[in-house]
Design a protein around this ligand. Structure first.
Ligand code: GGG
Length: 326
């Protein structure tokens, strides 16, 4: 380990519980330089800014960032943080783990979510007391950048191709552009694509998740459909994510602040620890990343569990069990 700088931003709610748990696992496998930074509702209340400029600058310069969750200020925090690392894709694996009670135990789907535009581009207007509008942004360049990543991703995974979820039959211009760009790149690279309308995908993945492996999605669709898949594998406490940029990355559990359980010390740290495993792999520590993932899998299989998985263990107890299996 070469002492890479990892920015740690717990944020709000259960971020303050699961991020320290994930950091403790990173500390157990390597020598990193950790820098704590603030973002979210609490810092906004204190300083007036949800994302202090020093946090943004730190993230933009660090080797990697581990982020928890932001509450009401999510739009002011998550989107600029993704921009700080120039992240064009959000990788969200949804896997059922042995020993975890899952609605669909055969699920093993990775969502590759476009991470810069779509309805998330932030162009909203209040035009009158009765009318608000939103401009959806889709560019060929961002769609092609995502497609290039998807082609490499499936090659690394040993897959022949990927599914592409869209709604180009209705949003002909925007999703049509997205579809044409992604399919164009995949065709050039000799990678197979199968298109699926995103609403039909929602049904099909519930009925037959084994039919899907890698799914490329527009921004909001990727957010929603990956949460749906979380429901198939045992809940949001199990889904990590990586916001990948050309050089840097921002790693965060898919779940948010979970205000219903925040402060009780019972949040499932698995998603944050699995995000830390993705961070390790991003930094080139594939062996350590695999070790962390294997330790989480072992604990999910026969170790202590948090209440979302039917157990009565706390966050720290689960993290300690993961560390003890490294
Ligand atoms: N862990 C990040 C977080 O706060 N997730 C909840 C959320 O609202 N996410 C929106 C998004 O991923 O775009």
């Amino acid at each position: 380990m070469a002492g890479e700088e990892i920015v740690v931003i717990p944020g709000d709610g259960v971020g303050n519980e699961v991020v320290p748990a994930a950091r403790s696992v990173l500390e157990a496998v390597g020598e990193f330089e950790f820098v704590e930074a603030e973002a979210g509702d609490a810092v906004k209340e204190r300083t007036g800014e949800a994302l202090p400029p020093e946090t943004y600058d730190r993230v933009a310069a660090a080797d990697a960032t581990l982020f928890g969750a932001a509450g009401e200020t999510a739009a002011d925090v998550i989107l600029p943080l993704r921009e700080a690392v120039d992240s064009f894709v959000n990788v969200r694996p949804a896997r059922a783990y042995p020993g975890v009670d899952a609605l669909r135990p055969e699920t093993d789907v990775v969502f590759l979510r476009e991470n810069t535009e779509g309805v998330y581009a932030g162009h909203e207007s209040r035009l009158s007391g009765d009318l608000s509008t939103l401009t959806r942004v889709v560019t060929t360049s961002a769609s092609e950048r995502l497609a290039e990543f998807a082609c490499e991703f499936v090659a690394d995974r040993g897959a022949d191709g990927f599914h592409l979820a869209h709604k180009a039959n209705v949003m002909r211009e925007t999703d049509g552009r997205f579809r044409d760009a992604v399919v164009g790149v995949a065709d050039e690279r000799g990678v197979e694509t199968e298109e699926v309308l995103m609403d039909a995908f929602a049904t099909r993945v519930c009925l037959d998740p084994a039919a899907f492996d890698v799914v490329v999605c527009p921004n909001l669709a990727g957010d929603v459909l990956s949460d749906l898949a979380a429901g198939l594998v045992g809940g949001l406490g199990l889904l990590p994510s990586a916001n990948v940029g050309p050089e840097r990355g921002l790693f965060e559990p898919v779940h948010g602040t979970a205000p219903d359980i925040a402060g009780e010390g019972v949040a499932n740290p698995a998603a944050a620890i699995l995000s830390a495993a993705m961070l390790l792999e991003h930094l080139g520590y594939d062996g350590e990343g695999a070790d962390v993932r294997a330790a989480v899998e072992a604990v999910l299989s026969d170790g202590p569990r948090t209440p979302d998985l039917g157990g009565d263990a706390g966050t720290d107890e689960v993290a300690e069990a993961v560390r003890s299996r490294l």
